[in-house]
Write a new protein. Structure first.
Length: 307
């Protein structure tokens, strides 16, 4: 308000000043552009937003994956599968691409593949009997078997092999009664009745079918043989006998029958795996020894009773 009267007053400018104000500037008088480029502004506008990079699809959660895949909802599924297979090949995932291509060509195989995927993986577990067979076939010592089992446990296969104690108990179950065996410094023998009983018992345990109330018959073969010039050891023996010669009687089960039906057959009748020792003696083979042992076997065969 102090200068209000002066600002609203009409000023009578000199004619020279009025001419300069209303005159158009000449080319020489116009301001020239600076040759120095202006420095970029360091200020950031309030409305500018920085876009974050998209996360890889594999790092997304299930909801985020579904939300992003909704962008392709309207596209053809076969085309999408073909595109996915081609992209997988480019990224070095040829095996996955081959599966997708196979499914596109053989859609009827989808049910079978789905059932296979849902089928639980069956872990092979050794029963004590199978573990005993493995131990004897490979001639494993106690330390070797325990090491094998502990290694399997460390690798995540906890229940594949039973403990060595269970294997030993199973081995004891394969023995005939102690009272049926006689052992001396120069010989060992088991009664034929006890040997046949334990043989039939073990065969029946290996079969899955129940055999109750059936009349079973075991057919076997037996024989003997001697060997001389064996290694001698400094071991005191009864009388004049030595361990340079050995004479052995053995029995081999051939088949177990129920009338005309064969329940079990020896798969390797000539293999030593199925050979059941009856007796062995450190004695040299002779006619007298053969006749004596044959008579013993004949007498025991006549004395056999059904069990």
């Amino acid at each position: 308000k102090l200068y209000e009267k002066w600002l609203e007053a009409n000023i009578d400018w000199p004619s020279c000043v009025r001419t300069l104000v209303h005159q158009e500037p000449t080319v020489d008088e116009m301001p020239r552009a600076s040759s120095v480029s202006p420095e970029p502004s360091t200020s950031t506008s309030v409305g500018t937003m920085t876009k974050r990079p998209r996360k890889p699809f594999i790092d997304l959660g299930s909801k985020q994956k579904k939300r992003r895949s909704d962008d392709h909802t309207g596209e053809d599924s076969t085309e999408l599968a073909y595109t996915a297979a081609a992209r997988l090949k480019e990224d070095g995932h040829g095996n996955i691409a081959s599966v997708i291509e196979y499914m596109l060509k053989n859609p009827e195989a989808a049910t079978k593949i789905n059932e296979t995927l849902k089928k639980p993986v069956k872990t092979v577990i050794f029963t004590p009997e199978k573990a005993l067979g493995l131990l004897l076939s490979l001639k494993l010592s106690k330390w070797q078997y325990i090491t094998l089992r502990e290694t399997a446990i460390r690798e995540g296969a906890k229940d594949i092999y039973p403990s060595y104690y269970k294997v030993q108990q199973t081995k004891v179950d394969c023995y005939p009664p102690k009272q049926s065996m006689s052992v001396t410094d120069s010989s060992a023998r088991i009664t034929l009745q006890a040997l046949l009983d334990i043989t039939v018992t073990r065969i029946l345990k290996s079969l899955s079918n129940e055999m109750q109330n059936k009349q079973l018959k075991l057919i076997s073969k037996w024989g003997f043989d001697g060997a001389s010039n064996q290694s001698r050891y400094k071991q005191k023996m009864e009388g004049q006998q030595d361990d340079s010669s050995i004479f052995m009687t053995s029995l081999v089960p051939l088949k177990l029958t129920d009338g005309d039906n064969t329940i079990w057959t020896n798969p390797k009748p000539c293999s030593v795996l199925y050979c059941r020792p009856v007796q062995f003696t450190f004695v040299k083979e002779s006619e007298a020894v053969v006749l004596e042992l044959k008579k013993q076997m004949d007498d025991e065969i006549e004395a056999l009773v059904p069990t």
